[in-house]
Design a protein around this ligand. Structure first.
Ligand SMILES: Cc1cc2nc3c(=O)[nH]c(=O)nc-3n(C[C@H](O)[C@H](O)[C@H](O)COP(=O)(O)OP(=O)(O)OC[C@H]3O[C@@H](n4cnc5c(N)ncnc54)[C@H](O)[C@@H]3O)c2cc1C
Length: 430
């Protein structure tokens, strides 16, 4: 019998360590180097951050997203969820713990589909935190629908030559390599005719046309690249997981990526709720504290319950991933987590922002950034609508249509059947 909501004491001690460490040592990095999480470490940044990473390693908490067979710590997704909700409070924490997106997803597919040579060249330094990677799938004219992708990779002797444009390829400017999705067999269709390529970012023919910034980011902070791959030549050994495998690989990658975002979002939403409660208790207006106003109490109660529901869904999904070790069996759960995540973060951050008054909409508190972050969560790794469609389709698989005119739960027919079933006990009462 394995129903249990307790964390084992040894791991809880590690979580307590991580919580204290993130609050005191890592959160300040967000203010010192707010936009340099994905810039390889050099000079003073290396001197400051490498020792922090070393302390995480000594706790056995480095790169916990992969099992030991794949080069990680092997704590599983439930324990990763508990850790990630601590790391979600700040943007440097995943980097310091070696489990940041999009590198986690990229490491996962390299571990699953990479050849020994590819793992040695790309996965090992990625896991060591020595380089960053980019996932280059979305195109300017098509994101949610891969059937509209046009980037191609054509064989030329022993090489492949890539041609096309990709959009929102996060961190391309600082990554050592990109995983590029391209059509290799147009006749086979989108789901069987595309392949993934491991492409070093210094390969001739790669041109970053511009680095797109998210709303509110400063001039030089854009990290979502519009890239032109123009006659980019890579050897056959750059093919990841075999020709025609891109779609299958993408599902592996995105499954993990989505649930990890959700785990971190719990931490961010908790931070917004903590801020809401502190403000409510601290601010006096119209004769009492905000905490005593029923409207504000409603905000707090709704936020707490929304977060608790979301957290249980995430943890249950993580538990199912550990149990089945097969993302296909938890597609519905991951899609549901992904679909509700933006709303949970948005609603809690919004209420917190409102209760902070004018201060809430300034850049002196992190609430507007969280609200923008919620909008991002509704798009990155696929729009909410598409994930809801997935949930609905999977739910419908467990149901079937009735042959009857009236629904199965039509009470007149059910009542008649019930009365017939218990007729011997009813006598004249009928
Ligand atoms: C911060 C951020 C980082 C990202 N990082 C990466 C990255 O590293 N690599 C990468 O390849 N991509 C990345 N993306 C791109 C992301 O995956 C796409 O934005 C997403 O797949 C949606 O594609 P699109 O923007 O082209 O929107 P579209 O596909 O044009 O969709 C626009 C809207 O149409 C609606 N819609 C679309 N399809 C359906 C449907 N089937 N049913 C109902 N409504 C629908 C939705 O409202 C959707 O938001 C990132 C995006 C963001 C915001």
């Amino acid at each position: 019998m394995a129903w249990d909501f307790e964390t084992d004491p040894d791991y809880q001690a590690k979580l307590d360590w991580a919580d204290e460490f993130v609050r005191t040592e890592v959160e300040p990095l967000d203010l010192v180097w707010p936009h340099e999480q994905f810039v390889p470490l050099t000079g003073k940044r290396r001197a400051a951050i490498a020792p922090l990473k070393q302390r995480v390693r000594e706790q056995g908490l480095w790169a916990t997203h992969l099992g030991p067979d794949l080069g990680g710590q092997g704590h599983g997704q439930v324990k990763l969820a508990l850790l990630n909700e601590i790391l979600g409070r700040c943007s440097w924490a995943p980097i310091v713990f070696g489990c940041q997106a999009p590198d986690t997803g990229n490491a996962e597919i390299l571990a699953h589909y990479g050849t020994p040579e590819q793992k040695e060249r790309y996965l090992r330094p990625l896991l060591d935190g020595e380089l960053f990677s980019c996932y280059s799938m979305t195109e300017p004219q098509a994101g949610a629908d891969p059937r509209q992708f046009t980037t191609t990779a054509v064989r030329d002797g022993d090489d492949w030559v890539l041609e096309g444009r990709k959009y929102f390829s996060s961190n391309a400017r600082t990554a050592a390599f990109s995983i590029v999705m391209a059509i290799t067999d147009p006749a086979a269709g989108a789901y069987k005719g595309m392949s993934m390529f491991l492409v070093p970012t210094d390969t001739p023919g790669i041109e970053i046309e511009r680095d797109v910034r998210l709303y509110g980011e400063p001039e030089a902070a854009g990290q979502h690249a519009l890239i032109h791959y123009s006659g980019v030549r890579v050897p056959d050994s750059a093919l990841l997981g075999g020709a025609g495998q891109a779609f299958v690989i993408a599902q592996t990658r995105l499954g993990g990526g989505r649930i990890h975002h959700a785990m971190r979002t719990i931490g961010l939403a908790q931070k917004a709720l903590d801020m809401l409660c502190e403000r409510a208790l601290s601010r006096e207006t119209a004769g009492s504290s905000l905490a005593e106003k029923q409207f504000v109490q409603g905000y707090i109660a709704d936020s707490w319950a929304q977060l608790a529901q979301f957290r249980l869904l995430v943890l249950h999904t993580a538990w199912k991933i550990d149990k089945h070790n097969d993302y296909r069996k938890v597609r519905k759960d991951i899609a549901a987590v992904k679909a509700v995540m933006p709303t949970v973060l948005h609603d809690i951050a919004w209420r917190s922002m409102q209760v902070h008054g004018a201060l809430g909409v300034t850049d002196e508190v992190p609430l507007m950034k969280m609200i923008t972050g919620a909008a991002v969560m509704g798009l990155a790794d696929g729009p909410t609508e598409v994930h809801k469609t997935t949930v609905a389709r999977q739910v419908l698989c467990d149901h079937s249509a009735t042959e009857e005119l009236w629904p199965t739960e039509w009470l007149p027919r059910k009542r008649e059947a019930a009365l017939a079933q218990y007729a011997d006990f009813l006598g004249d009462e009928r």
